[in-house]
Write a protein that binds this ligand. Sequence first.
Ligand code: GLU
Length: 416
Amino acid sequence: MELNPFEVAKKQIDIVAEEMGLDPNVREYLKRVERALIVTIPILMDDGSIQIFEGYRVQHSTVRGPGKGGIRYSPEVTLDEVKALAIWMTWKCSLLNLPLGGAKGGVCVDPRKLSNRELEHLTRRYTSEIINMIGPDIDIPAPDVNTNAQIMAWIMDTYSMNKGRSVPGVVTGKPIEIGGSVGREPATGMGLYYVLEAMCERLKLDLKPLSIVVQGFGNVGGTIADLLYKEGCKIMAVSDISGGIYYSEGLEIDKLLEWTKQGKYLKDYEDKKYKLITNDELLTLECDVLIPAALENQITQNNADKIKCKIVLEGANGPVTTIADKILLDKGIKVIPDILANGGGVCVSYFEYVQDIRAYFWELERINKELKKIILKAFEAVYTLSKERNISLRTAAYVIAVSRIAKAIELRGIFP
Ligand code: GLU
């Protein structure tokens, strides 16, 4: 139960509903997703066999605008996980005050086991199966765990071929050459950086001398590790699916990024000073800032009391369970919640969507300036409310996000 993300997401709604005295009818309504589609994806494999994969697309709420949220490829994906992720997208878009709702998609597949052709066919078939559910003013997918700009290009092409015209605004996180935005790829990492900087200012901590531990070394973990490394912080440990590496004096992140960009695993990196560690060892290292930037359910009731950091900056969606959240709070650890911390990605996705619709593209400087403005405004609101009401940053973020959704429901009324 603790580890079912959908249960976690519903529990979080209960917590915030109590805090804000939310109408019980709205509370129950928010625990439901608007629509969920399960699709079967048969793929003709390179060896001539047919393999069947299962995919999902869920829209939790479109009350404030079209659905928005990534698509993940992972052998562990379940409908409940996608539902939770769609719910978190609703809160994230609302907290950032973007005119978008919450959605998410997933395919139950290990993309590392597919050839490039198989991966393309899987993506195109999945897109065809969900085609009536997506569109620039319906629901706009984006990258998530194990999906990237190339996969978005295939989705955009499949959708466009079916419509008989190019529709770049159907997905974000596309390659720049076909309507993608500059600054989208590092956007989640940039957002994490701005939020951490703002938090440190409040706590009167200098950024430079901080010791950092990052779980995950993909788009999110890799970017934030790099930004903080360049700032002069000591990145003590990072990890990928092969495990973690640790060096108390600080890892050379630039070299590690070069290594993993060649498709190699961290565990095979040859530097005698670096020690291999397990995921659990990594999470419980003593450090200033712990950045879980991999998957959900990493800090649970089993390891929360062993966490030894000052700040947890949630790069992933849902890395801390509800029970663990309470334990961390009691220990005085500041948890900067996912819907705030990792909002940079969807924020620049929104900019990409706006640029596609207008067919007018911005400079990187404008992207980063507006990203910073939006994310810091949300940070400010969350931090202030948490101080005013003496509640956690997560609860404060939820109060703001859920209030906006509740207000939209009230204004629109219940159809018919
Ligand atoms: N997958 C990212 C997230 O969880 C980005 C979603 C988007 O850009 O739509 O926030």
